[in-house]
Write a protein that binds this ligand. Structure first.
Ligand code: NAP
Length: 528
């Protein structure tokens, strides 16, 4: 494993400041020096990416698909070396990381299938009508084209699936955009291993070398330079509201503002309707506890807010949930910074008027460092509504139970929360029919509505929407999970009265790619 940055698929010579990864469970440094990228590295990575873009965007769809499949194969081939390093750097257990590896390679293959099929370019053809009165109609053909180099900020909480070769990289490469990754400092070695796998896939696939660079930094300088660089055409980010907002501002202040797709936090309300609680208080409590504690609560879809009406079954629900939270074993958090944030934010929550601690984990492993303590706190709907601080994300295994006196208050609570990635409704059969007004409002608050299920667990598929109204993300029109994530990195271009031979294949009259196109308002995969 080499800790030099990778510039256009080649290891750069490095000098100067180096740093090491730390095992959050033990506090010990892990082997391997990683070097801070310099201004020249950023410059070279973006120059190479811009050059590579010219040919990569024209590459036949089957070759690009083959490249993504080769990346998946190379990452998979890393096997235990990758899992062990990722576990040592993140504190995440082996089983979780094996699942995440499957997700990472699976999503690369899913994007490969999507681009090999090819219809995603959304080709629309309106043929000429020279005899139309009073004016002839020109021949207009439109499709999506890649934006150019994309900067990806690896996320801390998915060292594989949302990092160097995660969903952002996979969808940008699938779209035809070169990628420059700013590695997350909490999993440097994992990033280096995956970076090396991508380099091998580039050699194997014969794609231009400038399509991939990987830069390390232990601070903000490199990330800021990447966002400000005039050759960067889009940015993706998953992390804190503060970090995301800073990058969005930088991108907007540029001479040429560019899109930043930032996922910045969500408390994922779970609405427990009265009949559902009355029918199955214990079962619901178990589901909630498992979801709160999953992965030490370090998921963007962690259920940080439970909302219920004071009704029969609530006490039993609360008592069972409290028991489960007390039994939750502590778990190593991703980094000392995330652990410190969790403790301070969780402690601040308890200082507010009306907030009571219901239960906290009694299963603390004091042999290890950065151990999360699961917590459930409780507040009335009135106090929740009067204090916006209680609406903020506490990143970790922490949830707030808001108790409303009636359904009107419960609806007020839902109206009051910020934009969310998900909202879940736990309802008994037929119960939703009583709440049509509540249901009507929910789509305005969230990107994904879940019935009788917990928010954790985001299926990677074509229909997934992982993105919601601000501030859960800054652009609710897009998703960062699933095949439509590719739309973040393209823009439409129309060709008017263009010669057929000079058109992109996707728009040529004979339809040589055999893709589905909208021709004169009819969907067809035949030629004209
Ligand atoms: P972060 O602090 O937002 O950092 C994410 C990445 O962005 C890192 O590579 C970081 O670089 C970089 N970065 C942050 N601010 C920047 C700035 N102003 N300029 C340039 N680069 C910047 O997230 P994190 O380290 O993963 O965790 C911190 C907190 O973020 C957590 O405690 C949690 O509250 C939140 N978080 C939320 C989610 C979610 O899905 N909702 C996921 C992860 C984290 P450096 O690390 O080098 O500074």
């Amino acid at each position: 494993m080499r800790g030099n940055h990778i510039i256009c698929s080649a290891y750069a010579e490095t000098a100067g400041k180096s740093f090491r990864a730390v095992n959050p469970a033990t506090g010990q440094e892990l082997a391997g020096d990683f070097y801070k990228a310099e201004v020249l590295d950023v410059e070279n990575a973006l120059k190479g990416a811009t050059l590579a873009y010219q040919s990569y965007k024209e590459l036949h769809k089957d070759l690009r698909a083959g490249f993504l499949r080769n990346i998946a194969d190379e990452i998979f081939a890393l096997g235990d070396q990758l899992i062990n390093r990722a576990s040592a750097e993140s504190g995440l257990p082996e089983a979780r990381l094996r699942g995440e590896l499957g997700r990472t390679t699976g999503q690369l293959r899913l994007f490969a299938d999507q681009i090999a099929e090819g219809s995603w370019v959304d080709a629309i053809i309106d043929t000429a009508q020279p005899d139309r009165q009073p004016l002839p109609r020109p021949d207009i053909r439109r499709m999506l084209v890649p934006l150019g180099p994309v900067v990806v900020f690896g996320a801390s909480n998915f060292p594989l699936a949302f990092s160097v070769a995660g969903g952002d990289t996979a969808s940008a490469l699938a779209a035809g955009c070169p990628v420059i990754v700013k590695a997350h400092p909490a999993h440097l070695g994992t990033s280096a291993l995956v970076g090396a796998a991508i380099v091998k896939a580039i050699e194997k696939s014969g794609v231009p070398k400038g399509v991939f660079s990987l830069l390390f930094d232990d601070g903000y300088t490199v990330g800021e330079q990447l966002v400000k660089h005039p050759y960067t055409k889009a940015v993706t980010f998953t992390g804190s509201f503060k970090g995301g907002s800073a990058l969005i501002s930088l991108a907007q202040e540029r001479a040429e503002p560019i899109p930043v797709f930032a996922e910045m936090g969500s408390i994922n309300p779970v609405i427990l309707l009265p009949q559902a609680i009355a029918n199955k208080p214990e079962e619901l409590a178990q589901q909630c506890a498992a979801s709160i504690a999953l992965g030490a609560g370090q998921f963007c879809t962690n259920p940080g807010l439970l909302i219920a009406v004071n009704s029969p079954g609530l006490e039993k629900f609360k008592a069972t949930l409290a028991d489960k939270i007390r039994e939750t074993p502590s778990a190593t958090m991703l980094s000392p910074g995330i652990y410190a944030n969790y403790n301070s934010r969780s402690a601040v929550m308890l200082k507010w008027d009306g907030v009571d601690l219901v239960a906290e984990s009694r299963q603390l492993n004091d042999q290890l460092q950065n151990q999360s303590v699961a917590r459930l706190v409780e507040v009335s709907a009135t106090d929740f509504l009067s204090n916006k601080e209680l609406h903020e994300e506490v990143f970790g295994p922490h949830s707030i139970l808001v108790i409303a006196e009636n359904m009107t208050e419960l609806e007020d609570v839902i109206h009051s929360v910020n934009g969310q990635l998900t909202i879940s409704l736990m309802a008994a059969p037929g119960e939703l029919e009583n709440y049509s007004a509540l249901l009507n409002d929910l789509t305005g608050k969230t990107g994904r509505l879940i019935l009788n299920g917990m928010p954790t667990g985001v299926e990677v598929c074509s229909a997934m929407q992982h993105g919601g109204p601000y501030p859960s993300t800054n652009d609710s029109r897009f998703t960062s999970v699933g095949t439509t994530a590719i739309h973040r990195f393209v823009r439409p271009v129309a060709w008017q009265d263009w010669e057929d031979a000079l058109l992109p294949d996707a728009l040529k009259a004979k339809n040589p790619l055999g893709i589905y196109r909208m021709v004169d308002q009819k969907l067809t995969n035949h030629g004209q």
